[in-house]
Design a protein around this ligand. Structure first.
Ligand code: CO
Length: 140
């Protein structure tokens, strides 16, 4: 069902300041910023070889990420993202054992065009979990 860790996502109040901090203190390279207008977030990634760190900052005041920052003004871990082979099969199997998949049944996609879904935190030890569909052969 799960094939690996895709990323750990951290919400930050200022993407540029966060990128500078990671570069200057830790020597980590943050890639270019992309925007997901639908979700109201600016996104940037640190490639770590086997997984990534995702940085998210709000792109508009009514973004869900802005609400997260109201509760955690300095930012913090927002979700953990796990790779799955087959989204439909995975969410179907999880629903059958009582795990709540968030949102309506409409397929959702991330900025890279990969299919995603979120699981209710109460059904995963209190952590928000994102599922990301990666086909074994389709990954560059
Ligand atoms: Co994510």
């Amino acid at each position: 069902m799960f094939t690996g860790l895709s990323h750990v996502s951290i919400v930050v109040p200022d993407l540029d300041a966060a990128a500078r901090r990671l570069r200057e203190t830790y020597g980590l390279r943050v890639g270019e910023t992309r925007t997901n207008a639908e979700q109201g977030v600016h996104l940037a990634y640190v490639e770590l070889g086997n997984a990534r760190i995702e940085l998210m900052a709000p792109s508009r005041p009514d973004s869900p990420v802005a609400k997260f920052l109201e509760r955690n003004p300095k930012g913090g871990i927002h979700h953990v993202s796990l790779n799955v082979e087959d989204m439909q099969a995975t969410t179907g199997a999880l629903s059958e054992v009582g795990v709540r998949v968030l949102g309506d049944s409409r397929p959702r996609y991330n900025v890279a065009g990969e299919r995603i879904a979120f699981l209710h935190p109460a059904d995963f030890l209190g952590a928000l979990v994102e599922l990301e569909e990666h086909h074994a052969k389709g990954r560059p």
